[in-house]
Write a protein that binds this ligand. Structure first.
Ligand code: 1HE
Length: 269
């Protein structure tokens, strides 16, 4: 464990496999165990949970990325053989807790993907809100061939992202998607050249951080719930959150700025 505050500005203990850095209102979390291809062991999962649970107030967006040639090789397979069934359930639930902190935490999260994004690595990526892929990225669920099943939320998040049929194919046949295919089927939102991912991720994080906090909350916490609800409940919830957002002082100031021609127009990139 290393005390994160002195070096990085975060008041938490992180394992060696995680490195945190603060750049103004953006937090960076780096998977930093390249000698094991950023395989996720128990201390790393617990570190991820603590990091996202204790983000300081001033952090408005987070970027998650990986050190070395690969984003993440998934679960640390070395730990797996030691667990019985009850421990296996608790282990999977610990991943669920950690990744829920990513998905429903206090700030939107951008994942920057490169190299292997496999198994639990794809599960981390799926819990993030925006995914930037470098062209070296590839995606797989080797659980199928290792005699196990996903345990970090993939069976909930991936069917919503790419469809149950594609996930079945990945698990049953070991199919791998390359970065371009991943972009086409909706795994990544942005596809960039090798080495350009972090800069793109930071650029997007800065844009996200510039949004009204209530909008970011509505998009990351309320929109996914509306999308999962029946239409009637969805419309009602939308009306409520929409009224809450527009009643916020920040929204009023931004609308006034546009009407007084002080705000940028919506233009083509
Ligand atoms: C590991 C792991 C790991 C590498 N657990 N130690 N994930 C997988 O099934 C993917 C397993 N890993 C691989 O297929 C390859 O390592 C990679 C394609 C990711 C990278 O290949 P490469 O040639 O760059 O590295 P390498 O030589 O295979 O690995 C370097 C070292 O990392 C080596 O250890 P060393 O002591 O011999 O140097 C590997 O053993 C080690 N290593 N990946 C442990 N995953 C909550 S459920 C989630 C379920 C899953 O995620 S299952 C999917 C697991």
């Amino acid at each position: 464990m290393s005390a994160a505050k002195s070096r990085s500005g975060f008041d938490i203990q992180l394992p060696r496999s995680l490195k945190a850095e603060r750049r103004d209102d953006i937090a960076l979390l780096r998977l930093a165990r390249p000698q094991k291809r950023n395989a996720i062991d128990d201390p790393t999962v617990h570190g991820i949970e603590r990091f996202f649970a204790s983000l300081p107030d001033g952090i408005k967006a987070v970027v998650v990325h990986g050190e070395g040639e690969h984003f993440c090789s998934g679960l640390d397979l070395g730990e797996l053989t030691a667990r019985n069934v009850a421990e296996g359930i608790e282990h999977s639930r610990s991943w669920h807790r950690a990744f829920e902190r990513i998905e429903f935490g206090r700030a939107p999260v951008v994942a920057v993907l490169h190299g292997a994004v496999v198994g639990g690595g794809l599960e981390i990526a799926a819990a993030c809100h925006i995914r930037v892929a470098e062209s070296s990225a590839y995606y797989a669920l080797p659980e199928g061939s290792r005699g196990i099943f996903v345990g970090g939320g993939a069976s909930v998040r991936l069917p919503r992202m790419i469809g149950t049929a594609r996930m079945m194919d990945m698990m049953l046949t070991g199919r791998t998607y390359d970065a371009e295919e991943g972009q086409a089927i909706g795994i990544s939102h942005y596809l960039v050249a090798p080495g350009a991912g972090l800069a793109k991720g930071l650029e997007l994080a800065k844009r996200i951080a510039g949004n009204a906090p209530m909008t970011n909350f509505a998009v990351t916490h309320v929109l996914p719930r509306i999308a999962e609800s029946d239409p009637a409940s969805g419309y009602l919830t939308e009306a409520l959150i929409s009224a809450i957002a527009q009643g916020d002082d920040e929204a009023k100031a931004r609308l006034k700025a546009f009407l007084e021609k002080r705000a940028p127009k919506t233009v083509r990139n």
